[in-house]
Design a protein around this ligand. Structure first.
Ligand SMILES: [Zn+2]
Ligand SMILES: [Zn+2]
Length: 426
């Protein structure tokens, strides 16, 4: 606060080096000559140990791979080890189930044995590897619902060298993802409108390109064996971590579970180490697919937009709070109707200087989209300094309009959900 005042007093001069600094009321005032006040929001370290660890590793591997992506490793040692470790994890679950079953069947009528067996069976059921499922609380589009959108996805898939998707799931957040669901491993593309709506049509093509690139480049962490083992381990950790230790009994339990907890943490760490390099490589390759589909320029712009994700989240939250504070169904309806347009306009008005600041912050903090992605600034540099691709898939005004029309019902529904719920979140 005092820094802001001193800037005003010194006629928008940097208090550190005296350079001129433009002041824009909605954005942070900072100096691009000496980085004064470039990152006023102190980075909050992630309280979850595993997340923090992954983030550090993501950064380290991201930097190494940036220097040398190298040839595609076939079945490398790390991959084989990860697979073996994952099978051990699944083996433990299977052993629990078999032991539980034997205790119930063979120990029937022998005191507590069947009870112990039932408990083991219950644990095995809780830990079993699961197939992905389609969400039931958000719009799910199939080909007949949005033929033009699926046509676009198909074209991008052809560029990526993979098949299209079976469903498109529409969410509200500023994110996108691909995953599989069901026994037959059907493909799902998840589009968060908080991201989709702030993108230009070529940037959307790049976004779909990045996501389908994950299918094309084979990502072990998403695979059935390793992916499910990581899920199981996370679940084990959850069961082994008591949420509070207020009384003596809880403290004793906490202490007794310390050894298995460390073992699980160690296993998770090891699987992370073994797979993260391949995952990061897949991310860089997915960015390349994004560039080939939507152009290198659009792919770089997409990465800039990712830096605005926190602004999107807070803007959606604020829209909801304002609508609720005005009160009345009419005010909320009005907010719903214009939600996505207002968000897009807000993001559109972000000046280049703010992107420049966020890129600096991203470099300083080592910003990653999440704990498995390489640092965003390195991804951007790869895209903007590497081979310059022209767009292989075009999305003109007519096409973008037709797709937007197909998404109308889902957009309206998600706008309703955001205005209804976002004020209560956080
Ligand atoms: Zn300065
Ligand atoms: Zn990705």
């Amino acid at each position: 606060m005092t820094a802001q005042i001193s800037v005003a007093e010194q006629g928008h001069r940097c208090p550190e080096c005296g350079a001129d600094v433009p002041v824009e009321s909605r954005f942070v005032t900072w100096c691009d000559a000496c980085d004064w006040n470039v990152d006023p929001g102190a980075p909050a370290p992630d309280p979850r140990r595993i997340e923090a660890l992954r983030r550090r590793l993501a950064q380290r591997y991201g930097e190494r791979l940036f220097a040398d992506l190298g040839p595609r490793p076939g079945r490398d040692v790390a991959g084989v080890l990860a697979c073996a470790l994952a099978l051990v994890v699944h083996g433990v679950t299977a052993a629990l189930a078999v032991t539980g079953l034997l205790l119930v069947v063979l120990g029937w009528g022998m005191g507590v044995l069947p009870v112990v067996g039932a408990v083991l069976l219950a644990i095995a059921v809780a830990l079993r590897p699961r197939f992905g499922v389609l969400p039931d609380d958000t719009p799910v589009l199939r080909r007949p619902d949005a033929p033009r959108l699926f046509e676009l996805v198909d074209e991008v898939a052809a560029v990526a060298g993979t098949a299209g998707v079976d469903t498109v799931v529409i969410a509200a957040d500023a994110n996108a993802a691909v995953s599989t669901y069901g026994v037959r491993h059907r493909r799902m593309l998840r589009i968060g409108l908080g991201l989709w709506e702030i993108l230009t049509p070529p940037q959307r093509v790049a976004l779909i390109g990045h996501e389908l690139g994950h299918f094309a480049h084979g990502d072990t962490r998403r695979g059935a064996v390793v992916g499910r083992a990581l899920d199981s381990l996370a679940l084990w950790l959850y069961f082994l971590t008591p949420d509070s230790e207020t009384d003596l009994m809880q403290r004793v339990t906490h202490w007794m579970m310390a050894v298995p907890r460390w073992a699980v943490l160690g296993l998770l760490h090891l699987l992370d180490q073994l797979t993260l390099r391949a995952t990061q490589r897949a991310e860089y390759l997915a960015d390349e697919t994004a560039a080939r589909a939507g152009s290198s320029v659009a792919a770089a712009e997409l990465l800039d937009r990712l830096l605005l994700v926190p602004s999107v989240t807070s803007a959606l939250h604020r829209e909801s709070v304002v609508a609720h504070s005005r009160g009345g169904a009419a005010a909320r309806r009005e907010a719903e109707q214009r939600l996505w347009e207002r968000l897009a306009a807000r993001i559109e008005s972000v000046p280049e200087r703010e992107y420049k600041r966020l890129r600096r912050v991203s470099t300083l903090r080592g910003h990653c989209a999440d704990s498995t992605h390489p640092p965003t600034h390195l991804r951007r540099r790869r895209v903007s300094e590497g081979t310059q691709w022209q767009a292989a898939v075009r999305c003109d005004e007519e096409r973008a309009g037709a797709i937007a029309a197909e998404l109308t019902a889902a957009r309206d529904h998600m706008a309703h959900v955001v205005i209804r719920d976002a004020a209560a979140d956080q």
